[in-house]
Write a protein that binds this ligand. Structure first.
Ligand SMILES: O=P(O)(O)O[C@H]1O[C@H](CO)[C@@H](O)[C@H]1O
Ligand SMILES: O=c1cc[nH]c(=O)[nH]1
Length: 287
């Protein structure tokens, strides 16, 4: 059977042969990719590389590729939100699994290791600011996955959250890679991360507008299923995990806890906490 050719309008390749938004060619990407939300954080990660071979910036997507401990690695910024993660994951996957010349999907697939180094707010009093937390599960409070094939894993926590808040849509739930989770050490807590389509009302914050849901943090933090509770808020993890599951990449989201919401505290040393997470992630995943 003739293989499907992906049209020029669907997968856009720039004049120089790079992929549309990321502006990367396949040879610019390592198979271990660290991702950060903040473009300024890319240099904070690559300062610890032994050597940097390649740098490029397009919009909020800044990429540095180089070497650490004899391993080739990439660090790449994504900006905020799962809409950016959809672009990132599709284009990273295309760089390794689509032949950009023939525009056909390769018959032999490559799995990337994609590790998020991000910030996050704790919703549990016993997870203080300054903690490092790996997301075992991500629950998506956005509607991204309504546009993609159904996820195969357990959706129990997502259903419990839908019921508790009376949401008109079903959040989605997906898991970290068990292989990447197995590389963590005791300094890193594990938890269940709620990925929200915003920083303020979607995470229960009130500035001038009142969030629709009263006592969101108390209500979400007290849900327990099979010994698992929701631990922290951020804005990308579930999108990574869901698309990673569908595309066949190994995913892990690491969080520097910079806010404790029930205690109403923000980390006065947030930059140090992020630096601690960067060094830990590089140590664990380039060893
Ligand atoms: O620090 P980053 O990686 O951007 O992650 C978190 O911080 C941003 C909000 O301040 C959101 O992107 C959230 O997920
Ligand atoms: O509370 C927080 C802190 C960082 N990032 C978030 O999305 N929420």
């Amino acid at each position: 059977m003739e293989k499907r050719r992906i049209p020029e309008s669907e997968l856009i390749i720039n004049g120089d042969g790079s992929i549309y938004h990321l502006h990367l060619k396949p040879e610019h990407l390592a198979s271990t990719v660290f991702t950060v939300g903040d473009p300024d954080r890319v240099a904070l990660v690559s300062q610890y590389f032994d050597q940097i071979d390649f740098k490029i910036q397009k919009r909020e997507f800044i990429t540095h590729t180089g070497w650490k401990n004899g391993k080739r690695i990439t660090v790449l910024s994504t900006g905020m939100g799962t809409d950016n993660i959809e672009i990132l994951m599709t284009e990273l996957d295309a760089l390794v699994n689509v032949d950009l010349e023939t525009r056909q999907i390769k018959s032999s697939k490559t799995s990337l290791d994609i590790i998020r180094i991000g910030t996050s707010g704790s919703m549990q009093t016993d997870i203080p600011v300054g903690s490092l937390l790996a997301s075992e599960l991500g629950i998506g409070m956005d509607t991204l996955m309504a546009y993609y094939p159904e996820l195969s894993g357990d959706q129990g926590l997502a259903l419990a959250i839908q019921k508790e808040l009376g949401l008109s849509f079903l959040p989605y739930q997906a898991s970290a890679s068990s292989q990447l989770l197995a590389k963590l050490d005791q300094e890193i807590l594990t938890g269940v991360t709620l990925t929200c389509p915003g920083f303020y009302a979607p995470q229960g914050r009130e500035v001038r507008l009142k969030p629709k849901f009263d006592n969101m943090i108390e209500r979400l933090s007290s849900i327990q299923i099979g010994g698992k509770r929701v631990t922290n808020f951020e804005m990308e993890t579930a999108g990574y995990y869901a698309l990673g599951e569908l595309l066949g990449h190994r995913m892990l989201s690491l969080n520097a806890i910079v806010a404790n919401r029930p205690l109403k505290k923000f980390d006065t040393e947030a930059e140090k906490t992020v630096d601690k997470l960067i060094r830990k992630a590089l140590d664990l995943f380039t060893a």
